[in-house]
Design a protein around this ligand. Structure first.
Ligand code: ARG
Ligand code: ZN
Length: 388
């Protein structure tokens, strides 16, 4: 798959998933940044003596310290190569596209790859459809992550969720019940151009990367680009603003792709979840107005129970409530739009932390952040199943 070429370097999934699950026998593209001359020498040696293909740089003599190397490793030599790297303390990272591809390959009966669209820079927007059970008339839930580029723990959560679902179906009672009753669509990186940009150019980038003709400023805030009181108070018409709403609702390929998919599947999808960071909040409609949603008390009860469970299990505090009143008016959000489309259970989660590290949440905090969110997802999904 050529898209693997677009490497989204990601935090080491071995660390994140705490499992050797990824070390299977298939082809992989490893992303490696040597930090010492010794490591440079080893990489040069590996790329010329083993059955691998150096994708970046063009030739081994250009491998140097602090510069990323992309090494294609065929399945049959992946064990040896990775051992070798490990022995010399060289860490490698996987790309999210690579991970998506492999997960789909490894679970042909339960995971389907769905191309929902492509980004402004033409990166594919892949969603994974988890369908663990073939019951007729199954409904579905949707989770998207990474609509805001710098919120790195969000894509990690999407992968975490997929991994948890595949590993604990028929093991954990709650996830089994959820997957028996719902198919789950997971879009790990809604804003891949922005995400890539945060890895390569500017860690604090939020918007997508679309070019504006009238003006030099780049990017639209995708979570202001949906058709829900579009570009009223809480969004901006200024292309240079961090909360630029775009030139019209769904002007961006990323928001349009998600909106199109949900429109075509609106009778199936009962629950919409959008994962952000940071500030530890469980939000629900509306954010585009201060008015109450029609099923406000249901939504409030679900969010409250989820927050209480997080407190009980992890002793951590999450606030909850309708977005507009809990944080600020923010029109054009995906959650409000999905809600108005008819998906009556619609939430935006803001994961850890509350500002100590902010967007720069250390790797060591990822597992707790994801587990907290997982508990909230489970409680809410179980409630949705009960109510529908
Ligand atoms: N921090 C998020 C944002 O600014 C909050 C999203 C809440 N939902 C919404 N529709 N604004 O996008
Ligand atoms: Zn966000």
């Amino acid at each position: 798959m050529t898209t693997i070429l677009i490497l989204f370097v990601f935090m080491n999934l071995d660390t994140i998933l705490k499992t050797g699950h990824c070390t299977d026998t298939r082809d992989q593209v490893l992303s490696i940044t040597p930090t010492t001359q010794k490591q440079v020498d080893i990489l040069k040696n590996v790329s010329s003596h083993y059955e691998t293909a150096l994708w970046q740089p063009v030739s081994p003599e250009y491998i140097k310290e602090e510069t990323q190397v992309h090494l294609f490793v065929p399945g049959n030599s992946s064990g040896i190569i990775k051992n070798l790297l490990r022995t010399h303390g060289i860490t490698h990272e996987y790309a999210i596209y690579d991970w998506i591809n492999r997960t789909t390959h490894d679970n042909p009966d339960t995971v389907k790859l769905i191309l929902v669209g492509s980004s402004y820079e033409k990166r594919p927007l892949y969603a994974l459809k988890l369908s663990l059970n073939n019951r007729p008339n199954k409904k579905a839930m949707w989770i998207d992550c990474g609509i805001h580029a710098r919120e790195w723990v969000a894509p990690a959560f999407c992968l975490w969720f997929v991994h948890h679902s595949l590993s604990f179906y028929k093991v954990n009672k709650d996830i089994t019940h959820i997957l028996d009753n719902l198919d789950v669509y997971v879009l790990p990186v809604l804003n891949p151009d922005g995400y890539k940009y945060t890895w390569t150019k500017n860690r604090m980038w939020r918007k997508n990367r679309s070019q504006n003709n009238a003006n030099n400023c780049i990017g639209v805030d995708l979570n202001r680009n949906f058709d829900a009181n579009w570009c009223t108070e809480g969004a901006s018409h200024d292309p240079c603003s961090e909360i630029y709403c775009g030139s019209f609702p769904e002007s961006e390929p990323e928001s349009q792709a998600v909106a199109d998919f949900l429109r075509s599947n609106k009778d199936l999808v009962q629950l919409y979840l959008s994962i952000h960071s940071y500030s530890q909040m469980l939000l629900f409609p509306y954010s585009c107005t201060l008015e109450e949603a029609e099923n406000h008390s249901d939504l409030l009860e679900m969010a409250q129970e989820a927050a209480q469970a997080i407190r009980r299990y992890y002793r951590n505090t999450y606030s909850y409530g309708p977005g507009g009143k809990t944080i600020y008016l923010a029109p054009g959000g995906s959650d409000d739009w999905a809600y108005n489309l008819g998906i009556k259970y619609s939430f935006t989660f803001e994961l850890q932390d509350r500002g100590r590290y902010g967007f720069l949440l250390p790797t060591s905090h990822i597992s707790r952040a994801c587990n907290e969110a997982l508990i909230a997802v489970k409680i809410i999904a179980l409630k949705v199943i009960e109510k529908t």
